[in-house]
Design a protein around this ligand. Structure first.
Ligand SMILES: C[S@@+](CC[C@H](N)C(=O)[O-])C[C@H]1O[C@@H](n2cnc3c(N)ncnc32)[C@H](O)[C@@H]1O
Length: 492
């Protein structure tokens, strides 16, 4: 098929994440694809712009859905030819393979001249129109799309930024016809969310935020329930970087944690044959990866926290683990679909890494990289941990803190966006590519890990509870009330 553009790229744009795939013709009939994910703040968009320029990309395409096309101002600054493809058109072109990500598919279409462009407004209209639309001012909608928009719009030659909190302010901007006005900035304080900002300018709306704030802020109840976005990944990474040096000491020595790991590893050992290719998602300091590598499995272990990975690599070297058997990589679980070395025979995730992950995106990517029939095993924090609820209920009213699993967990002193999916939610979010067994509980009778000092003094009682728990962890009702839940399934 004739190639019209030898160096092009497709962008799959979400509110907080952009997946870019470059398609470069390197020799006659030979094409190199590279896929990378970027955030949606200005810094990340500039990095994306550099990434495209470094590859000599001359043409870029993205779907013209929602308001996200506004990011073009920055990320295509260096690129003269940008296409906004009609989503309906590009999705309906025959030949799309389900194992190709959207960005790669768009790049492929563009290379072969199959993209039909959409209308793009210019100038101030482009900057302000979405802020004045009903969508971004609707009370019923969360501000995320508008925020996403504002970041993208901030990228538009963003010398100056003004806040647009409501439709009226947006219209005022138009009335004032400030030539420098380019960016709608939805103030997010009222929603307790993080938000972006730029240096203040002579704005009709008064003084503004001066910096991008990267730390998510809990809302009034102290909860943050949207893991998985780029900012959530960044806060998980920052928190676990902080915790990395002491994680094994705290967790490794905790008798309840050790019990959970032992149960998990026992099941893992039954699922993983020597030589199997295994994915460890949110591997942390690599305890399970090293456990499997010592049994001859080939483990690709990844985590969003560089600090945790550094500890993992140091441990691997200290234990003399064959380096060809375990590979540690910094990667977000949401990007699992682009992992190299596919297909994998087994995937697992231990100790709540998936509580911090957007399961829908993760499920889609995981389905792409697993062999048919591959088992998956996840240990995820549950929403209704019986021992913690019992302890909370028995605490005198005046001494009670937040009920279990209601406040945002803090790691290394930082909040980590966390969700506690039920079995039904997990099944739905992971998608139709997986089938599941009913879950089992970890920590439904033994006290939660915070009771370590009590357990150290009552070893017999602990052993008895652990033995009993082994018998009942799969019982109806009890199986949903664990501190962690053990989800086991397989790729169809
Ligand atoms: C409680 S630790 C568990 C680590 C390890 N699985 C274990 O068994 O000890 C949770 C891990 O999930 C990682 N994590 C959090 N969000 C992530 C994401 N979106 N993608 C990949 N890893 C993530 C954290 O960096 C952390 O290392």
């Amino acid at each position: 098929m004739k190639v019209f553009h030898e160096r092009c790229a497709g962008l799959d744009v979400h509110s907080k994440l952009i997946v870019a795939c470059s398609r470069i013709a390197v020799a006659e009939g030979e094409v190199r694809h590279e896929t990378r994910s970027f955030g949606a703040n200005t810094k990340a968009l500039l990095a994306l712009s550099d990434w495209l320029s470094e590859r000599g990309v001359t043409h870029v395409v993205m779907e013209s859905t929602g308001v996200y096309w506004n990011l073009s101002g920055t990320c295509w600054r260096a690129i003269s030819n940008s296409y906004f493809a009609s989503a309906m058109h590009v999705r309906n072109i025959p030949g799309r393979k389900s194992d190709v990500n959207d960005a790669a598919w768009l790049a492929e279409l563009l290379a072969h001249g199959l993209v039909r462009g959409s209308f793009v407004p210019r100038g101030v209209t482009r900057g302000v129109r979405p802020a004045c639309s009903r969508e971004s001012t609707s009370r019923a909608r969360p501000p995320v799309r508008s925020l996403g928009y504002s970041w993208h719009a901030a990228a538009l030659d963003a010398a100056d930024v003004i806040p647009v909190q409501t439709r009226q302010v947006g219209e005022a901007v138009l009335r004032e016809a400030q030539p420098q006005a380019r960016c709608a900035h939805v103030a997010a304080q009222e929603h307790g969310q993080w938000f972006g900002g730029h240096a203040p300018v002579d704005s009709p709306a008064g003084p503004l935020a001066t910096h991008y704030r990267c730390d998510p802020e809990p809302d009034a109840r102290g909860t943050m329930t949207s893991p998985g976005g780029v900012m959530a990944q960044a806060s998980a990474a920052a928190a676990f970087d902080e915790e990395a040096a002491v994680y094994d000491d705290g967790f490794g020595r905790n008798p309840v944690g050790a019990l959970f790991r032992e149960v998990f590893q026992r099941r893992l050992a039954a699922l993983v044959a020597p030589g199997a290719r295994v994915l460890d998602v949110g591997c942390g300091t690599g305890e399970d990866a090293l456990f499997l590598a010592a049994r001859g499995a080939r483990v690709h272990a990844f985590d969003v926290s560089a600090g945790m990975l550094e500890v993992a690599r140091t441990k691997a070297a200290a234990r003399g683990v064959d380096a060809s058997l375990v590979r540690f990589e910094q990667r977000a679980a949401e990007d699992v679909g682009a992992v190299a070395g596919t297909p994998f025979d087994v995937a697992y995730s231990d100790f709540g890494a998936l509580n911090c992950v957007d399961l829908e995106r993760f499920g889609r990517g995981l389905a792409d990289v697993l062999a048919p029939g591959a088992p998956v095993l996840f240990s995820i924090m549950g929403r209704w941990p019986l021992p913690a609820w019992a302890a909370w209920s028995l605490t005198p009213l005046g001494l009670r803190q937040e009920p279990p699993r209601r406040a945002t967990p803090r790691v290394g002193g930082r909040p980590v966006p966390t969700a506690f999916p039920s079995f039904a939610e997990l099944r739905r979010k992971m998608g139709a590519a997986f089938v599941w067994r009913t879950p089992r509980a970890l920590g439904v009778l033994v006290p939660d890990p915070h009771f370590a000092p009590w357990l150290a003094r009552h070893r017999r009682a602990f052993a008895a509870l652990a033995g009993l728990e082994e018998l009942v962890r799969g019982f109806p009702v009890l199986r949903g009330l664990g501190d962690h839940l053990l989800f086991e399934g397989r790729r169809r």
